[in-house]
Design a protein around this ligand. Structure first.
Ligand code: GUN
Length: 295
């Protein structure tokens, strides 16, 4: 039997419609819109695309956005000044420091500076620390893993007690994903580039989160029959017959996995649309919290 396709695009559209309704209620009630401030430094081409997509998504639901665009030669002091300015700006409720920052910038110092209440990316060390601790809750959780959790819920997957394998340990996806799954009572294994015999771990996995950044890396035959597979990969591969000359593929060999998995996301149209949606949701939440505080 073929796996059920988890349609991230459809789920994201439904949540964005709901966010748009709540944003318009917020504006009616308070007379101003939720605002997102973005700091982007350097000339990382995918970052420019992501930031453009995030701004367009904000606009569509009625969230205002501003971008501090800085060159690759920006200094630590300049990046920190941009963050401080957004911290102090009452029209900005959420702050996003687009990663990666240029090599010369101390990322941890920059992220630590973001006001906790505005940390809609959930990357402030205190928010990440709370995510990793029992009985503590971060104010915000990172967008991509949060989107994966929503997709698991949408697919009706029982997370508590499940064996989950996260492939990849990045600060943006793999590590916070593992922490979120632990909080949801899964038994979690994190596999990575030094893992020996990845298939032996995947064979036991009821839930697979593929975030290795390697095109079509995870083979269908490695999966446990009936597993739920969330593919976070967005890898460019050459496609000379397309207009752009490339196409995006996931970390999982989708066609092969379709015959083994119980449910699976597509690339594109799976996790991607959810990531931006979770950012919008966090920005709305930040504005609602801030309005409540000042009441
Ligand atoms: N770079 C790639 N993904 C992300 C993300 O979710 N947030 C930020 N700030 N930077 C990223």
């Amino acid at each position: 039997m073929k796996a059920q396709i988890i349609d991230g695009r459809a789920v994201a559209d439904r949540i964005r419609d709901q966010i748009a309704v709540e944003v318009s209620q917020f504006i009616e009630q308070h007379g101003y819109a939720p605002g997102l401030g973005v700091v982007m430094a350097g000339d990382h081409a995918p970052s420019a695309t992501y930031v453009r997509m995030k701004r367009r998504a904000c606009e569509r639901v009625g969230i205002t956005s501003v971008v501090h665009e800085m060159t690759a030669n920006s200094t630590q002091a300049e990046v920190e000044a941009a963050i401080r300015k957004l911290n102090d700006d009452p029209t900005i409720h959420g702050i996003l420091v687009q990663l990666p920052l240029p090599d010369a910038i101390d990322e941890e110092a920059a992220l630590t500076l973001v006001s906790l209440e505005k940390d809609v990316d959930g990357f402030h060390p205190i928010n990440i620390g709370r995510l990793g601790q029992k009985g503590r809750d971060p104010l915000f959780t990172p967008a991509t893993p949060t989107g994966c959790m929503v997709l698991l819920e949408e697919a009706g997957v029982e997370i508590s007690g499940a064996n989950a394998v996260v492939v990849g340990r990045s600060n943006i996806v793999g590590m916070p994903m593992a922490l979120m799954l632990i909080k949801a009572n899964a038994t979690v294994t994190v596999c990575h580039s030094r893992t020996q015999d990845l298939p032996s771990y995947l064979k036991e996995a009821d839930i697979v989160i593929a975030a290795a950044g390697r095109a079509h890396f995870i083979q269908g035959e490695w999966l446990k029959p009936g597993a739920t597979v969330i593919d976070v990969g967005t890898n460019r591969v050459d496609a000379p017959d397309t207009e752009r000359g490339y196409k995006l593929v996931g970390d999982v060999d989708f066609d092969a996995a379709l015959d083994v998995a119980g449910a699976i996301t597509k690339v594109p149209g799976g996790v991607g649309p959810m990531t931006i949606t979770m950012l919008l949701q966090n920005t709305l939440k930040a504005a609602q919290r801030s309005a409540q505080k000042s009441n």
